[in-house]
Design a protein around this ligand. Structure first.
Ligand code: SF4
Length: 106
């Protein structure tokens, strides 16, 4: 085997690995639908995708500094726009969202 064909094979393997990784990312994103505010479970905990829309009269414990991104149940990476939440398995909540189960991240 010549050196050239060996390195071509390496390039091909690297491309294959990248393509597989990208396909997995797309699959993961498609599988993780966003939680809808009208979802009965979400409505039950007063979930809002935009914390600034929280009904403060209904949820007096809400503070403007609280959102999903700084909630203990949020599973998204720091800086992500959305991520998983322990309350909604298999779905994503907005980092800027909020619900009445909010608990301070340790
Ligand atoms: Fe957001 Fe926390 Fe409520 Fe989940 S439990 S929806 S992360 S505030």
């Amino acid at each position: 085997m010549s050196v050239r064909s060996h390195s071509n094979r390496r390039v091909f393997m690297m491309q294959l690995a990248t393509a597989t990784g990208a396909a997995l990312l797309v699959q993961e994103a498609a599988a993780q639908a966003m939680v809808s505010e009208s979802d009965p479970q979400a409505a039950g905990v007063g979930y809002k995708a935009d914390a600034s829309k929280v009904d403060k009269a209904k949820f007096p414990k809400f503070a403007a500094s609280q959102n999903c991104a700084n909630c203990a149940l949020y599973q998204g990476k720091a800086g992500s726009a959305a991520g998983g939440c322990g309350l909604f398995p298999g779905k994503q909540v907005a980092a800027k969202g909020w619900c009445s189960a909010w608990a301070k991240k340790a």
